[in-house]
Write a protein that binds this ligand. Structure first.
Ligand code: NAD
Length: 325
């Protein structure tokens, strides 16, 4: 088999995951797509699951033409019945499922105060329930095999709430809790459960989020890490059955230390995100744009430090209330 442009060459035939059957949700784009290519390069048979059939078929044919083995199965992970049929088809095709990677996810940025609950529900449906459906469909197969790996792509936003990602953070915190509980339940069964916790990664998700949110639009692109880093983290998690892998390494440990000082951490993050905005304006609009951003941030800090002016009638009502108590 000749070396191909995808890097899916003879190495695949000797690869670490040779003949392993891997199911990846969210494989039509970003992290899921790169993870599928990563496993295929290591000789695995990959089942590509997401909604967009054309994208999945395109990726499957790229892998197959390069000498790998891939099947495309279009499915909406929010629908349990769809996922059950997809898993049944995949386990019949591959005769087993060794590794499940839950990468399907969506992000709708919004400040908590202005958040539309329907958006939170949409994110929960994909990010949490989608992963749950895949886990529940796959675990009985892995139990029969007596082995398996489940790798859930959560996020550093699942360890630390940040704005304007409150709803998204809530879904990822939930996913972290679910994964940690599952790891306990599957202790000693031969099924290993891992969390991969990426920071900001260069994928369509972050590009779209920057376009849809004014707050995120000024996030400089150099903060984005290459998607390949997450793929390495997933391969490492599946190889060694690691409980948690952060991207960049150690980032969640830093958060655990920061959690000992919540007030200071909030202040540092608030200042840090203001500085990021200034840097983003500087890069996109030059010193003039940055000066405007600095002025607006300084005003916010000043108004936060000034005591709130209370209208006379409000003060009167508060006094009456106090006297009544
Ligand atoms: P992406 O938008 O490039 O890919 C998301 C994938 O999920 C796509 O294939 C999409 O089709 C699929 N998907 C969405 N809804 C679905 C549904 N209902 N049914 C089936 N598939 C569905 O985003 P990405 O950056 O590759 O994100 C992958 C995972 O990594 C997500 O869970 C995301 O939350 C997480 N993550 C991303 C980042 C980042 O900075 N990009 C950081 C931390 C965690």
């Amino acid at each position: 088999m000749a070396q191909s442009s995808n890097g899916l060459n003879e190495q695949g035939a000797r690869g670490y995951f040779r003949d392993k059957a891997v199911l990846i949700t969210g494989a039509s784009s970003g992290i899921g797509e790169d993870v599928a290519l990563g496993f295929a390069r290591q000789g695995a048979r990959v089942a590509l699951v997401a909604r967009r059939k054309d994208k999945l078929e395109d990726l499957a044919s790229r892998i197959n033409l390069a000498g790998g083995r891939a099947v495309a199965v279009s499915c909406d992970v929010t629908k349990r019945a769809d996922l059950d049929s997809a898993v049944e088809l995949i386990s019949r095709t591959f005769n087993r499922i060794d590794i499940l990677v839950n990468s399907a996810g969506i992000l709708i940025p919004s400040e908590v105060e202005k958040m539309n609950p329907a958006d939170l529900e949409k994110m929960m449906n994909v990010n949490l329930y989608g992963a749950l459906h895949a886990i529940q469909a796959v675990v009985p197969i892995m139990r029969r095999q007596g082995s398996g790996n489940i790798v859930n792509i959560a996020s550093l936003a699942g360890r630390r709430g940040m704005s304007p990602l409150g709803g998204y953070c809530a879904t990822k915190f939930a996913m972290v809790g679910l994964t940690e509980a599952l790891r306990m339940e599957l202790f000693n069964t031969g099924i290993r459960v891992s969390l991969v916790m990426p920071g900001v990664i260069d994928t369509p998700m972050t590009t779209d989020a920057k376009l849809s949110s004014e707050e995120l639009s000024s996030l400089p692109n150099f903060f984005k890490l290459p998607v390949r880093w997450v793929t390495w983290a997933v391969l490492a998690a599946a190889t060694f059955g690691l409980a948690e892998v952060d991207v960049p390494p150690g980032a969640a440990v830093a958060e655990k230390v920061a959690a000992l000082f919540p007030g200071m951490t909030d202040a540092a993050l608030a200042v840090g995100s203001s500085l990021m905005k200034v840097a983003g304006r500087f890069i996109s609009q030059g010193p003039g744009g940055a000066a405007e951003e600095i002025q607006s941030e300084v005003k916010k800090v000043q108004s936060a430090r000034e005591p709130r002016k209370v209208a006379p009638e409000e003060a009167h009502k508060a006094h009456e209330h106090k006297s009544a108590i």
